[in-house]
Design a protein around this ligand. Structure first.
Ligand code: CMC
Length: 437
């Protein structure tokens, strides 16, 4: 709900054009916004903000980030409390319906999700069209898009029941699809979901069991994976979520809109950073380990090199990413549970973090570890191959995408997204006959 502010902004021009008064709206917490919707109509001018550095693209009730404080709230609840006290499906309920479930609601929600864990058998044949060595994110983009061809009874985005069923289906089927894409890549038979297990226990079984050997879920590892899901579940209007909203704003099929989110997430500046961060740590380790950190940091600081400290920096957090703190804690737990307290990559990551946090380059730019700095080490210890990291991020973020998409479609004020531009190309000119060009 947008609350009008008593304050108004005045926009004036140095060329004597009439000034314009702009209304402000207040959020429940966080910065106010200046409403520029009538700007073009009244002044004939657009605003210019590539990368959306100062632009709120929507109003939302789902997630709040205070980047300076390093605070993340889902529906008002601090991420630390959710990570400590809830499981992923409770967090899904929170994101989709606005609050944590009570006991009865929890049972009903778990049942609804569990009911949808299988995918149409035909999906296997679709999957088999991919090369075995295809990147899991290429496969996931295709598989999630393909859902739109299989589930025709939940694709009317203007029908709230359809939106709800599509949300349930997506949350339920993502673990099945991620595990299928993994099994296909390694040439093992697909393992069907087992609905007596927890959401995350079931995912890990579909990943690691084979028809000849069942998988006994290890509580610490299941809890760690569940925490990875919780920490990645939503993050307000990031690139992939904005992609889902923009794609969905045309009224497209919800599965297709989520596939667009998967495609966007793949990039190394976004979800692909967890894979890139682990590869970076492995490279440093191969080339000399802790001894070589100084040399690596020098490269990162060199403006002529394109080397970045992956897993560091964030558009919104100008403080320690709260998810990174929780991930570091989980990293300790998992490595201890597996007897890997001396894991060289974890030691390297901690040494790298310490040096970076004391270096003026990072301090002055407010660059801190983000969630991806430690999540790769946890996933690797659990046995997840590096190339699957971003697909696991997509699995977790699906609930955020669908909650945001459904919020947008349910908003009576929503319009198709259509940014404008500053055109700097050729002025109007005449086409000359080919012989005269
Ligand atoms: N290593 C070295 N320098 C960096 C880094 C980094 N990881 N991140 C930012 N900088 C520098 C950047 O070069 C710039 O320096 P200068 O002012 O001298 O030109 C300054 O810090 C500001 O950076 P920016 O590129 O303007 O910041 P941004 O908000 O556009 O980019 C980012 C944010 C996340 C894309 C960027 O920090 C980055 O590429 N980090 C590494 C990739 C990464 O870990 N991404 C995961 C983000 S969290 C998970 C998710 O949301 O998907």
């Amino acid at each position: 709900m947008m609350t009008p502010s008593d304050v108004k902004a005045t926009l004036s021009f140095s060329d004597g054009s009439p000034s314009m008064e702009l209304p402000l709206y207040k959020g429940s917490v966080g910065p106010d916004v200046i409403d520029i919707r009538k700007l073009y109509g009244q002044t004939g001018k657009f605003t210019y903000d590539p990368g959306f550095l100062s632009t709120a693209s929507c109003n939302s009730t789902i997630t709040y980030i205070d980047g300076d404080k390093g605070e993340l709230l889902y529906r008002g609840y601090p991420i630390e409390q959710l990570a400590q006290n809830c499981d992923f499906l409770e967090v899904c309920h929170l994101l989709i319906y606005g609050d944590l479930p009570n006991q009865e609601e929890r049972v009903k929600f778990v049942k609804n999700i569990t009911y949808h864990t299988m995918v149409n058998e035909q999906m296997q044949f679709f999957l088999r069209g991919f090369r075995r060595d295809a990147h899991p994110m290429a496969v996931m983009t295709g598989l999630v898009g393909a859902l739109s061809a299989f589930y025709h009874d939940s694709t009317d985005v203007h029908n709230p029941q359809h939106r709800e069923i599509a949300a349930h289906r997506l949350i339920a089927k993502m673990p099945t699809l991620v595990a299928m894409s993994y099994k296909y890549g390694v040439g093992q038979p697909f393992i069907y979901p087992k609905n007596s297990l927890s959401y995350t226990g079931n995912f890990m079984r579909m990943m690691f069991a084979t028809p000849c050997e069942d998988y006994e879920p290890n509580e610490v590892l299941v809890r760690a994976m569940d925490r990875i899901f919780i920490l990645h579940a939503d993050h307000e209007q990031n690139a992939s979520t904005s992609t889902v909203r923009l794609c969905g704003s045309s009224g497209t099929n919800p599965f297709a809109a989520i596939a667009a989110g998967v495609a966007c997430l793949w990039g190394p500046a976004h979800g692909g950073a967890n894979e890139a961060a682990l590869q970076m740590l492995e490279d440093i380790q191969r080339n000399g380990g802790v001894e070589k950190i100084g040399e690596f940091i020098k490269q990162v600081k060199d403006k002529n090199s394109s080397v970045k400290l992956m897993g560091f920096g964030h558009r919104v957090y100008k403080n320690y990413d709260p998810r990174a703190k929780l991930m570091r804690e989980t990293c300790h737990e998992v490595l201890n549970a597996l007897g890997l307290h001396d894991d060289p990559l974890f030691k390297l990551a901690m040494a790298l973090e310490k040096i970076a946090l004391e270096d003026d380059y990072f301090v002055s730019r407010k660059l801190y570890p983000n969630v991806d700095f430690y999540s790769g080490i946890v996933q690797r210890a659990i046995g997840i191959p590096v190339s699957l990291f971003t697909a696991i991020f997509a699995l977790a973020r699906t609930v955020g995408w669908i909650a945001q998409l459904n919020e947008m479609i349910g908003d009576p004020e929503y319009k198709i997204g259509r940014p404008r531009q500053l055109y700097v190309g050729a002025a109007p000119r005449q086409v000359r006959p080919i012989g005269e060009r």
